[in-house]
Design a protein around this ligand. Structure first.
Ligand code: ATP
Length: 358
């Protein structure tokens, strides 16, 4: 095994009684990497994280940390730190006592623990708050204490279980940056569970997308965005979500017939597909251009338009609906006809029966 692989999962299985929660999970995490585990509720991401920590016992496969098999090693001997949501702090202890608690449990002398707490407080920006109690801290400060508690033990890896989910939107965005900066400063190896794909995309070097206990795809964030391996990943990564339109490869082999129910439209593609093949065309909302009617690939009526200020979402009254995102405003309104221009190079094709990329 290469020296720089910090965490290695080989064919991991987890059964809860008859329920199969993790199915043949394989993942290698190089030292210093920030990995995000994402997927819908119940996909098994927390089970995977808890298995890494030793809080769940895996029922098959091999789990290695720093080259050592950890399958039967108890949590406290794995030298891994788990960071929970900020409410996991001890309310009756000061920041300093919260930071040093685990050192005390491990028999570290008081003076040494105090010095370590001061060092960690510098790294996490808590130096002036060491005497406060959790109730006297903001949500972000509490989150930093939760991080500090993990850092102080100098672990082999950090495991985060949705640490930001009870913070408000603005604080989440700033804590994302803080956690990532801290990871970089410490040269840490981190595994971060979230159901928020934006969090995963913005924080991680490597994103693992899970569904029903299976890794559907893993890779660099933009690789998943640009080259989703199947319809599930394509729909999960990206906001607003990719448009999916049933289609059939046309007789000429160089175009698609898009099926909008009563309306059929022809769309050019960049490569030959066996005529008659049933497909799903995936087009991201930002890859559709709005043009004058008659000047694009096809025309559609608008159902409604929404603007966030920076972006305008145009929803076409088609079946299935199409969403288009623009940065321009006030150009069009509900009821207008518009032309849509689609770059053939930006169309993702999935097999209609397997949902896999064609
Ligand atoms: P969420 O985002 O909702 O936390 P998750 O992806 O983290 O979801 P897990 O908590 O890992 O999902 O759960 C995966 C599956 O395993 C779920 O279907 C869950 O019901 C099941 N599960 C989890 N813990 C147990 C348990 N102790 N006994 C039986 N089934 C369990």
């Amino acid at each position: 095994m290469s020296q720089d692989i910090q965490i290695e999962l080989l064919g991991i299985e987890k059964h809860y009684g008859a329920f199969h929660a993790l199915k043949n999970v394989n993942l290698s995490i190089p030292k210093g990497t920030f990995v995000a585990l994402v997927g819908p509720s119940g996909c098994g991401k927390s089970t995977l994280l808890r298995s890494l920590a030793g809080l769940e016992k895996i029922t098959g496969g091999t789990l290695k940390i720093a080259g050592e098999v950890m399958n039967d090693v108890p949590p406290r001997s794995r030298n891994i730190a788990m960071v929970f949501q900020s409410y996991a702090l001890y309310p009756h202890m000061t920041v300093e006592q919260n930071l040093t608690y685990s050192l005390k449990m491990h028999g570290v002398p008081k003076a040494e623990a105090k010095q370590k707490a001061e060092e960690v407080a510098v790294i996490t920006g808590l130096s002036r708050l060491l005497d406060r109690y959790p109730r006297q801290l903001s949500g972000g400060q509490r989150q930093r204490v939760a991080m500090g508690r993990a850092i102080i033990r100098n672990p082999q890896a950090f495991l985060f279980d949705e640490p930001l989910s009870n913070l408000d939107a603005a604080l989440r965005v700033s804590m994302r940056k803080e956690i990532r900066a801290l990871h970089d400063r410490l040269g840490a190896t981190s595994v971060y569970v979230t159901h928020d794909q934006i969090e995963a995309m913005t924080m991680a070097d490597h994103v693992v997308v899970m569904r029903d206990g299976v890794i559907e795809q893993q890779g660099a964030p933009l690789d998943l965005y640009d080259r989703p391996a199947n319809r599930f990943v394509a729909g999960f990564i990206g906001s607003p979500a990719m448009n999916f339109i049933p289609a059939i490869a046309a007789e000429d082999g160089k175009s698609l017939i898009l099926d909008f129910g009563a309306m059929k439209q022809t769309l050019a593609i960049t490569r030959a597909i066996e005529p008659g093949r049933k497909l799903i065309a995936g087009i991201r909302p930002e890859h559709i251009g709005v043009v004058e009617p008659g000047h694009g690939s096809f025309d559609v009526p608008i159902a409604f338009v929404e603007s966030t200020g920076s972006s305008t979402f145009i929803v076409a009254a088609t079946q299935p609906e199409l969403t288009i995102v623009e940065t321009r405003r006030d150009r069009v309104k509900a009821g207008d006809m518009i032309g849509l221009s689609v770059d053939p190079g930006q169309i993702h094709l999935f097999d209609a029966s397997t949902d896999r990329l064609v």
